[in-house]
Design a protein around this ligand. Sequence first.
Ligand code: TYM
Length: 326
Amino acid sequence: MKKVLTGLQPSGELTLGNYIGAIRQILKYQEEYESFIFVADMHAITVPQDPIKLRENIRSLLAIYLACGVDPKKNTIFLQSENVYHANVSWILECLTPYGELGRMTQFKDKKEKNANFGAGLLTYPVLMASDILLYDIDYVPVGRDQKQHVELARNIAERVNKKYGDIFKVPEPLIPTEGAKIADLVDPTKKMSKSSENPKGVIYLLDDERIIRKKIMSATTDSETRVVFDPENKPGISNLINIYTSLSNLSIKDIEEKYKDSNYGSFKSDVADIIINTLIPIQERYYKLLENNEIDKILDEGLKKTSTIAKEKYESLKEKVGLHR
Ligand code: TYM
């Protein structure tokens, strides 16, 4: 069976964009492939973090994933920092990766602008990501477009190491979701809905309550017409709401246009709010229950046991090839 792996940083509250764009990819792939999912907590400390908040975010991210339907029977779920082989392999790969190649990564260039005294980990971050992937002979890596360059770097590293030391690593491929899954900000629909947005009114957080969700959708920016028509260029606000509607229901864009051809924006928005509420409320109920019990710890213990065995073997064979042995 082909293998997929993906990781998420425990940094802040997840949004409806994360749910539609990323979490639902995982739900699909868990049915088709052997699937590994982990919390990339070591990646999170490449920028300053409050230790208490970070610990809470790790648990919250795991609970959200389970609540959304990530099935621990179909996925190996683990915490990156508990599996020591990720950092060990990363060190060897860092020594085999040219400095210039890392300096050219788009995300590094963006992030260093925002963090005046950034640490060296911000530069070496994609090598740790390569280790996460290469340790498990992964075939596919489902990520958003922003992470594609990092998966390509992992491919380069694998090919370079294989050429120098013989076949050690499988060369992975990125899996990028389709265009329709890109959810925009509700206030400024020309921007992506993002957890780091300055205006929370434009963002539906997965833990927003019913009243807040309805308020945000009802006041979402639209246009001066009244036609519910999908036209991202001229009607980005309404098109974004149609996109959310089609993503969370079994109606196509055409079905939605037909259904609302005689309606005004008010009744359309009210139905969009209903659909989001009906999707998120059951997730929230499961989330709060999961936070209280010890299922998460059991899942992480099992994930650590399984991934350590696989990762140890890969680490030992890499060490041997490089000459790190008695
Ligand atoms: P992170 O935590 O920034 O994002 C998690 C995943 O969500 C995707 N994403 C989006 N997709 C669609 N629409 C959006 N608006 C949106 N915002 C975020 C991201 O592309 C990502 O797939 N470095 C990674 C974590 C990581 C990883 C790995 C991923 C560490 N090691 C190994 C895959 C394989 C990151 O920071 O993701």
